[in-house]
Design a binder for this molecule. Sequence first.
Ligand code: 3PY
Ligand code: MG
Length: 264
Amino acid sequence: MGGAMIDGFAERIRSGNSGGLISAWIGIPDPLFVNHLAQEAFDAVVLDMQHGVWDMTSAANGIGQGRLAGKPVVVRIPVGDFAMASRLLDAGASGIIAPMINSVADASAFANATKYPPLGERSWGPTLAMNHTGLPAASYLATANTETVAIAMIETRAALDAADDILAVDGIDGIFIGPSDLSIALSNGARLAPDTPEMDVVLKQLIERCRAHGKFACVFGSNGVRAGELLRMGFDFVIAGADTQQLRAGAAGAIAAARKVQSD
Ligand code: 3PY
Ligand code: MG
């Protein structure tokens, strides 16, 4: 599958009628994890460099494994690490998720690192991205701002208050809501409660704000059932649990099945 088809990802997520994309979420820093999970019917793969254990080399190789499987790879960077954002785009990431974007200043700095002029000041050097996409330099330069997406995480009180202004920043293509951090913030540290009716009210309001700005909405879902609910709510891109949960749930299910048959 050619790079151009993978890069159609930006068009799909922006379209508002993709039917809702479901992405893998991988924190275990081995490109072979991408190789395996990309075989499933995920629309994309996210590598988590904020709370996962990826470094630049393993992430670049993880992006390569996604490309091999014909799946777009989006990377969540550590907080404020916008230099890393542009390096990951150079390595062929189809999008970057930046955590804790709390203000227009944060959003502008993020867009600056991920978009070429006139939207930003991304520095030139996409050697691996050009290898992956097969695009010559002039075509890569002409299409990179639209073919890759910059996604700002909304997950604090400050970000909620500034959501409209963040969405209005040119170069921010969409938002990704972190319901865990948002629930901690909204309860002043009292609760980790990402899947509640109160949170759903906030999520629906943020989807509306995205629609008003013509931008897309992404969210973390802690399991498949929650991901389905979030898709019904209207999200354009959802997570259906992280690699570690899926791995352990699979293992727990196999052990339980074996013990059940043994004792039947
Ligand atoms: C959050 O829910 O806070 C996230 O960052 C998604 O894992
Ligand atoms: Mg978070």
